[in-house]
Design a protein around this ligand. Structure first.
Ligand code: NDP
Length: 450
């Protein structure tokens, strides 16, 4: 492990390290260019509201009767619930609390991948400790004061969604403006010159500002694992508390509510535990930080991913032993594939192949590609495990409404698109070797299917 004192990092704001040649113009658009960027920027927040409109008590059910929708939209109750300045301040307080935890809780300092300017960034790894502290505080509050003391997130859901969207919007504008300072290392895909597109996709690779540089604070990784991911878990817990309050004194949550909290809690906690794994992910190594990542991390993850728990809060359902066992088995089979494949790749990339059991292919780029084990079955076995978990999460709500299955549909689209983006990025990185590798490992995600 490195420490900030021992390692000389070339930060991205080093004016001598970044020349114009390092920041070439982006000539190829993703997401269908500026029109697509505008579309995603509008559709993402609208979808967050629609998920509430289409599945909530205020609107009359999940889904509500179609005829009631116009009156719901006009009703002051729904509109009033959308904005609350106090809630916005609470949200800012939450973000500040996460910053404080990052700053004061000790953690290992880990080097990221080599940047185009030859430098490396240092990242503080204390996400797990921050998550654990927060969880401890929340559990302490609930045990001491009862479930009613932790229904705030459920009660102010729409206002919190709005607060996170507004905050993400301003954050994206700020980092876009700051990316014009001298010496900024831009993302290869975010320097098209089109304001809307670059703002959306992220103009600067690792947005920074003077005080952040001096303490090695990285906004992109911070946003990715802390304020949104931990809030997702708190959101689930808040929904569980709401359900308990409704079921009456001393009542337990339903089995479905326990399962969704267990599954998603494990996913969040283990992401925090394996925090350093994100340093080799595409979002960190090559994507810039713009509105796409800001709204994804801060609003989409904590609020759309908690849809099942929110539904179960106002529609309690018992699954029974058989259905619970099926959902449990599906989740943990998916988790096994997800964890083993991600660990295999991560160990391999860190020069560890303990039993030398993984075959690999040499490439002209220098890094080898695994061609056996899970990575011999498909080019993204970890996505396949993630999909199985996503399906299990949706199935905790039974088969009473299609709306709670939104997550699996969205996730199939997201990871299929991500696999295509990664395929293109790897073609650029590995050239002809990538085509050779694709002949050895033929399937994209699920063997014999896709
Ligand atoms: P991958 O973990 O598949 O990483 C792709 C990279 O791995 C490639 O660019 C390449 O980089 C390297 N690689 C590809 N093939 C091989 C190989 N055969 N051997 C060794 N290295 C290889 O994708 P992601 O980073 O997108 O996903 C990581 C995890 O995060 C997944 O489990 C995914 O499901 C999850 N995820 C979850 C999301 C959510 O919202 N819940 C969103 C996005 C992802 P290089 O060769 O340069 O090392």
């Amino acid at each position: 492990m490195a420490s900030p004192a021992k390692v000389k990092t070339l930060t991205t704001s080093d004016p001598h390290a970044v020349t114009e040649a390092l920041n070439p113009k982006t000539t190829k658009f993703e997401f269908a260019g500026p029109i697509g960027a505008l579309g995603v920027s509008v559709v993402t927040p609208v979808t967050l509201y629609l998920l509430h409109l289409g599945c909530s008590e205020i609107s009359g059910g999940c889904p509500p009767p179609l005829l009631s929708l116009p009156s719901t939209l006009q009703s002051s109750r729904w509109l009033n619930a959308m904005w609350d300045t106090n809630v916005f301040l609470v949200y800012l307080g939450w973000y500040a609390y996460c910053l404080l935890c990052w700053r004061v809780i000790p953690g290992d300092w880990v080097e990221g991948t080599v940047l185009r300017n030859g430098g490396k960034k240092l990242y503080k790894m204390n996400g797990f400790a921050c998550g654990l502290l927060t969880l401890g505080l929340v559990v302490g509050i609930i045990l001491h004061h009862g479930p009613l003391s932790f229904t705030y997130i459920y009660d102010h859901y729409l206002a919190l969604v709005s607060a996170s969207i507004v905050f993400a919007f301003f954050q994206a504008c700020a980092v876009y403006a700051l990316s014009f300072r001298k010496g900024a290392l831009l993302a290869l895909g975010g320097n098209s010159g089109n304001v809307l597109y670059d703002w959306f996709i992220g103009r600067e690779l690792n947005p920074s500002f003077p005080w952040a540089d001096s303490i090695n604070f990285d906004l992109k990784t911070f946003n990715e694992v802390r304020p949104g991911l931990i809030l997702w878990l708190l959101n689930d817990i808040s929904c569980m508390c709401e359900q308990m309050v409704r079921r009456g004194r001393h009542a337990w949550p339903t089995d479905s509510m326990i399962l969704i909290n267990l599954f998603q809690g494990l996913y969040v906690v283990e992401s925090l535990w394996n925090e350093k794994n994100i340093l080799t992910q595409m979002d960190i190594t090559s994507d810039g930080f713009g509105f796409m990542l800001a709204i994804g991390d801060l609003a989409w993850v904590p609020f759309s991913y908690a849809l099942q728990a929110r539904y179960l809060a106002f529609t309690p359902r018992e699954l029974g032993w058989v259905q619970s066992a099926i959902v449990f088995a599906l989740n943990f089979a998916g988790y096994y594939i997800f964890r083993v494949s991600n660990t295999d790749k991560d160990n391999f990339r860190h020069g560890k192949n303990p039993k030398n059991n993984l075959k690999s292919m040499k490439t002209a780029r220098g890094t080898e590609l695994i061609t056996s084990g899970w990575w011999g079955l498909s080019r993204h076995p970890n996505y396949w495990g993630d999909w199985m978990m996503a399906l299990a999460w949706c199935m905790t709500t039974g088969f009473h409404t299609p709306i709670t299955y939104f997550y699996i549909v969205f996730f199939v689209v997201l990871l299929t698109h991500r696999a295509m983006r990664d395929d293109e990025a790897c073609r650029n990185k590995y050239g002809d070797d990538w085509d050779k590798y694709k002949k050895i490992v033929k399937w994209r995600i699920i063997p014999y299917i896709y």
